[in-house]
Design a protein around this ligand. Structure first.
Ligand code: ADP
Ligand code: MG
Length: 698
């Protein structure tokens, strides 16, 4: 048999160069093999015929057998439609077309027996089916149809008549080529031990299952394999790194740390902070290079843990650096760290893209001589021009923006790779962490500092402004400060800015006695700083801002967070924003303002926000609602997220199981030398070659 992988899709019967180019562009399908791995998104049972009498508007796709009694056109312009009255003797439904009217009238005959397939809905009390599939009853072999696959298509594909049906036909042709089985991609040992269907059988049945049980087995096999190789890749990579690199040994806790602890630390550490610090200290002294993920909810005190870890590096003669995703956050960290280290003889510098010229040169110099002991910055820090005398620890404070590949770039900054501590801005679900950060050890701060009152979250419709302003006035009268946040979405930055400006003027009018400041991403840094400062110093009572304040601001006196157009924010973003208040001892409020009409998903998001303050719970819910592909930043994260069949939200249990399988293999065969695993290592190598993201981390 010829190699499906190299066989160009244009040679498949019914495809040709024009459709091939559409398949290339729209779905990234280039070969027969690519097509075979384009899986259905659903299946419809076509073995059963319903009668019209049984139908209601809530049914999924169904099929009917009967005849067209007559045609009729109705409506004008875009509303113009063709209606066919269709009967099976138990009742009548309307088949409706908005396009291709001429074609339909020419194609289908009155009083012919047809099989009609589609989704019923109810309009004006009548049941109709829009754009149904219609086949001559004499040409359909019902018993042979079983479960019919449905494939996702795009608008451009449909214009080239590449609808689901067309894909199904193409798939039939390719599947016929599987008379000769494909090379197996899992080892016989794994297949047997985990009762997995052989590859070829699974591929045939994923497209054309004869019954639901077989389908389930085919899906299981393919999901297992997909998740298995993602995990094998990550774990193998981690093992290689462990074997290749030794870590700097930070054997002591010395003067800097102790001085800070006894003189500067403004409060008692929480038990969770203490536990996590212990885990980190153990890593740093172990001789292995630390790669640890620090998870904790907003406000749980991750920064402090990071700082104290850096101080250990200093005590052992090394420099440390901390990276943040935005300039605002970097400068905030810089200020926090400088304040915490007040009076101590430790030189800390800030490096961002906007620090240039002499100032920049001086910092770079100080890093080379070792005088700068802590560097805080943005991505500017990983540029090639930035070199350290002895970089021992890197802290990455991020919002899922820093992939494994970028982390690896840090290693060129010193002789051996520095220890790495990654902090997430908000918690991420365990299954996602296992995939995004699967090569890292995990520490969790699961406790907030004492004395925090849970933030009260309220959902309010935007026609109730008066009551909103009343609550604001009350808080301001008590000396508190208020944030008002507007969404900022890249595609419509202009409109968003207009909203923000309007909101700002409106608030200035409504609150003539207050000072209102304003911050957005398009401002010059100096202007932004000045506005921020107004709020931080307490001079301004109200801050109107876009999401630039999401991660950056720490003003304990602020007690109200108002989020305008809350429907336009994702859950983790809402949670992150809410975390800007509730930092002092007073009761704080988060008010989510939305329009009246809300999509189901949005309603659920808001309900979750109102119900809980627990970032871990919110993260899980977010993953379930939106799926991993849509989670903030996962696309840019540089880790394989083009899963074809597995779903991190729904297949969490399988993921965990499969990770165990992969871990056992890596432990038993750390050098990839055992013959029984030969197939696995060969397949992993092939995947790394074809998958850009995978290759990037190896
Ligand atoms: P996050 O985990 O969101 O980065 P931060 O590190 O910014 O949280 O800490 C939130 C606030 O809590 C800061 O003002 C910090 O000073 C304070 N904080 C941190 N640890 C403690 C503690 N153990 N006790 C009291 N306050 C703390
Ligand atoms: Mg933080």
């Amino acid at each position: 048999m010829f190699d499906l992988t190299t066989r160009d899709i244009k040679y498949l019967s019914g495809v040709g160069p024009q459709r091939a180019s559409v398949l290339n562009k729209e779905l990234g399908i280039y070969s027969f093999h690519d097509l075979l791995y384009y899986f259905p998104y659903k299946y419809v049972d076509r073995s059963r015929i319903y009668s019209i009498r049984e139908l209601d508007g809530a049914m999924p796709y169904i099929q009917l057998k009967g005849e067209i009694l007559g045609f009729e056109t109705a409506g004008e312009g875009r509303q113009r439609r063709l209606i066919a009255h269709f009967s099976d003797g138990t009742g009548i439904v309307d088949l409706i077309w908005f396009q291709g009217i001429k074609y339909i009238i020419g194609k289908y005959k009155v009083h012919q027996e047809y099989i009609v397939f589609g989704k019923p809905s109810v309009f004006n009390g009548r049941i109709n089916i829009a754009h149904p599939d219609i086949d001559l009853a004499s040409e359909v072999k019902l018993s042979a149809m079983g479960l019919q696959p449905y494939y996702n298509t795009t608008e451009k594909m449909k214009r080239s008549s590449l609808n689901s049906h067309a894909l199904e036909k193409m798939m039939k042709t390719v599947v016929q080529l599987l008379n000769e089985p494909l090379p197996e991609t899992l080892s016989p040992g794994i297949l047997a031990e985990h009762h997995l269907m052989p590859l070829t059988e699974a591929l045939i049945n994923i497209h054309f299952p004869s019954n639901p049980e077989v389908l389930r087995k085919a899906q299981y096999r393919l999901k297992f394999e997909e998740l298995f190789y993602v995990q094998l890749n990550i774990l193998r990579y981690a093992k290689d790194r462990q074997q290749k690199y030794r870590g700097y040994i930070f054997e002591k806790v010395g003067e800097v740390f102790n001085t800070f602890y006894s003189r500067n630390l403004p409060f008692e550490l929480t038990n969770a902070q203490k536990r996590v610090l212990k885990e980190i200290r153990w890593d740093l002294g172990s001789g292995k290079q630390m790669n640890r993920l620090l998870q904790g909810d907003v406000g749980s005190g991750k920064t402090l843990v990071a700082l104290m870890s850096m101080l250990i590096a200093l005590d052992n003669g090394f420099q440390a650096c901390m990276m943040a995703p935005t300039e605002i956050l970097a400068s905030q960290h810089f200020e926090t760290v400088r304040e915490l280290l007040y009076g101590m003889d430790v030189r800390v510098e800030l490096l961002t893209g906007s620090i240039k010229g002499k100032r920049r040169e001086a910092i770079l110099n100080g890093l080379l001589t070792g005088e700068v002991r802590i560097l805080i910055g943005t991505h500017a820090v990983i540029e090639d021009t930035v070199n350290f005398a002895s970089l021992g620890l890197v802290v990455i404070d991020e919002q899922h923006r820093f992939g494994v590949a970028q982390r690896a770039r840090l290693w060129t900054k010193s002789v051996q790779p520095p220890h790495v501590l990654v902090m997430t801005a908000t918690p991420i679900p365990r299954t996602l962490a296992m995939t995004l950060y699967g090569d890292l050890d995990v520490s969790v701060i699961d406790e907030l500092p004492p004395g925090r009152k849970p933030i009260a979250t309220i959902h309010q419709f935007d026609n109730r402004r008066e009551s909103l302003y009343r609550s604001m006035r009350k808080q301001i009268a008590e000396g508190r400060q208020v944030y008002i946040v507007y969404p900022l979405i890249k595609e419509s930055e202009k409109i968003d800015l207009k909203n923000l400006e309007e909101g700002y003027w409106h608030i200035c009018e409504e609150f003539p006695d207050c000072k209102v400041c304003k911050v957005h991403g398009k401002m010059k840094p100096a202007e932004k700083d000045a506005q921020m400062q107004l709020f931080v110093s307490g001079e301004a009572q109200i801050m109107v801002a876009t999401t630039v304040i999401e991660v950056g601001v720490n003003v304990p006196n602020a007690s109200v967070m108002i989020i305008e157009n809350a429907e336009r924010f994702g859950l983790s973003q809402l949670h992150q924003l809410r975390g800007r208040v509730g930092r002092g001892a007073d009761q704080s409020y988060c008010i989510l303002v939305t329009g009246y009409k809300l999509a189901e998903d949005t309603r659920k998001r808001l309900e979750i926000m109102v119900r809980t303050n627990d970032g871990f719970e919110i993260a899980e819910a977010d993953l379930k609602l939106r799926g991993p592909g849509d989670l903030e930043g996962t696309q840019q994260s540089g880790v394989a997220f083009d899963l074809k069949i597995a779903d991190i939200a729904r297949d969490g249990q399988l993921l965990q199981y499969v990770r165990g399988v992969a871990q056992a293999i890596v432990d038993k065969d750390p050098n990839g030398a055992l013959p029984e695993n030969e197939i696995l290592w060969r397949q992993l190598k092939a995947l790394r070659k074809t998958n850009v993201n995978w290759a990037a981390i190896s």
